[in-house]
Design a binder for this molecule. Structure first.
Ligand code: ATP
Ligand code: SF4
Ligand code: MG
Length: 441
């Protein structure tokens, strides 16, 4: 989360980006080279409007998802008081805050949950409109559960979900209808997600009809247009899913999702079941559609090469927790978390002169039903310290926009290792004593 500073009517200082407004009268002055811009945001509440400069020198005003850019006016003027037209207004279309999804494991006779599996545990991230976040991590770390909880196919057990300026956390299934078209899902298996007895045209047209996307008389033309956009030939309209290859079926799934004009698409391993050459075609199609339709993606994948190619931001998960988040280039160039380092060390580099220093992860993934105490990764970490065995690391912003949950980057912990070592010894002794007492009973 960006650091919030209160800025009101600043007229004579060199403010470097970003600047964040915290009240409705926010006026900021921001400088690009010799041009000094005055940026004014007016609205019901402008908390979270962040002003920064893009590489091309344009001003960008970004709203966080719980505020939304609706009902706001943004004015940018240059130092001479002339209105500037070419600025960018964007929004975190999705904000997930401390999200939790626990699956009950055991219940008492009266139905009370006695133990649960923490599939998604305290996950937070923001996603800017028109961009892609990659969610990576080994099997069972909670990627699909996260996607399904955002889609509200599962009720959450804590935390908040803001979509397009609205809090959708506690909406009932019936209230979600409004968002059903806005958020779409593309699965890994394009075969099982297509009804076998419907033609391609009908599959795509059905969603268009149900959600009244275009007038009835225009549906067929509209479907043809969407099919063309997704690289499906016109005469496929009357054919059935079993007549197509995996790649073509995935194109049908994408066309069906796109037909309802979504804003956010959750892609859960959309190319994992396809041949490498077909994978590239589908990824390029998703990229092209993002550009033309302004789509935002949550892209869940095991394949880090694909993730590197398609995402702007990456979130690394392990046993339901977020270990690291940051911009894709930053994470690939400078991975911080020992788990990320190990995962990314296996990504092939297309340069024969670069020596691969692959880090092999020891041990199995612990059971999510009974995760290790402290840092959940400590049983497999090659840099584990005793403090990691009992103290959960905090999720801290190491450099701007690059977050990590590891004690190695926590100054407080690293400067008090002696104290934590003592605490660890005491805990160990108390545990041994407890076990001894148990035995003597
Ligand atoms: N409906 C459910 N009921 C109980 N437990 C579940 C349910 N769905 C998932 N889980 C458990 O939650 C954890 C996270 O599962 P999830 O499917 O989200 O992982 P994933 O990261 O998508 O894995 P993969 O890469 O294999 O698809 C796993 O331990 C899984 O067994
Ligand atoms: S907190 Fe400790 S165990 Fe966890 S990743 Fe960092 S060094 Fe490894
Ligand atoms: Mg999954």
């Amino acid at each position: 989360m960006a650091k919030k500073v209160k800025v009101q009517s600043v007229t004579d200082s060199n403010i470097t980006s970003p600047v964040v407004f915290t009240d409705a009268n926010g006026v900021a002055v921001i400088q690009s080279g010799k041009t000094r811009y005055t940026v004014e945001v007016k609205g019901e509440k402008s908390e979270g409007a962040e002003v920064s400069l893009l590489k091309d020198g344009r001003v960008k005003v970004k709203f966080s998802a719980d505020v939304g850019k609706k009902n706001h006016t943004v004015t940018v003027t240059d130092g001479k008081g002339n209105a500037v037209e070419d600025f960018v207004v964007s929004e975190d279309i999705l904000e997930v805050r401390n999200l939790k999804k626990y699956f009950p494991l055991t219940r008492s006779l009266f139905g009370k949950v006695l133990s649960s599996l923490k599939a998604v545990d305290d996950v937070s991230f923001t996603l800017e409109e028109g961009t892609t976040i990659g969610v990576v991590g080994e099997s069972g770390c909670g990627k699909t559960t996260l996607g399904r909880t955002i889609l509200k196919l599962y009720d959450s057990d804590g935390g908040k979900i803001y979509f397009d300026g609205d809090d959708i956390t506690d909406l009932k299934r019936s209230e979600m209808i409004k968002y059903r078209t806005d958020i779409q899902l593309i699965f890994q298996d394009p075969y099982s997600s297509l009804p076998p007895r419907m033609t391609v045209g009908n599959i795509i047209a059905e969603a268009v009809r149900v959600h009244n996307i275009v007038p009835k008389s225009e549906i067929k033309n509209y479907v043809h247009k969407i099919m063309k956009q997704c690289g499906l030939q016109r005469h496929y309209y009357d054919r059935y899913p079993h007549e197509f290859s995996g790649g073509q079926r995935q194109r049908i799934c994408i066309a069906r999702a796109l037909a309802v004009k979504p804003k956010l698409v959750i892609c859960d391993e959309p190319v994992s079941a396809l041949d490498v050459s077909i994978q590239a075609q589908i990824i390029n199609l998703l990229k092209k559609l993002q550009k033309t339709e302004g789509l935002t993606y949550v892209f869940i994948s095991h394949d880090l090469s694909v993730v590197k190619y398609i995402t702007d931001k990456i979130m690394v998960m392990y046993l339901g927790n977020v270990m690291e988040t940051g911009e894709t280039d930053e994470i690939f160039d400078n991975p911080l978390h020992p788990y990320t380092k190990a995962l990314f060390s296996a990504v092939p580099v297309p340069d024969p002169d670069v020596k691969m220093d692959r880090i092999i992860l020891g041990g199995d993934i612990p059971s999510p039903a009974n995760p290790p105490e402290g840092c959940k990764f400590h049983t497999r970490c090659n840099q584990c310290m005793n403090v990691c065995k009992f103290k959960q690391p905090q999720y801290i912003e190491h450099v701007k926009g690059h977050f990590v949950a590891c004690h190695l980057y926590d100054e407080e912990v690293m400067s008090h290792l002696d104290r934590y070592e003592k605490e660890y010894r005491e805990l160990l002794a108390a545990k041994e004593q407890e076990e001894k007492n148990e035995k003597e009973k």
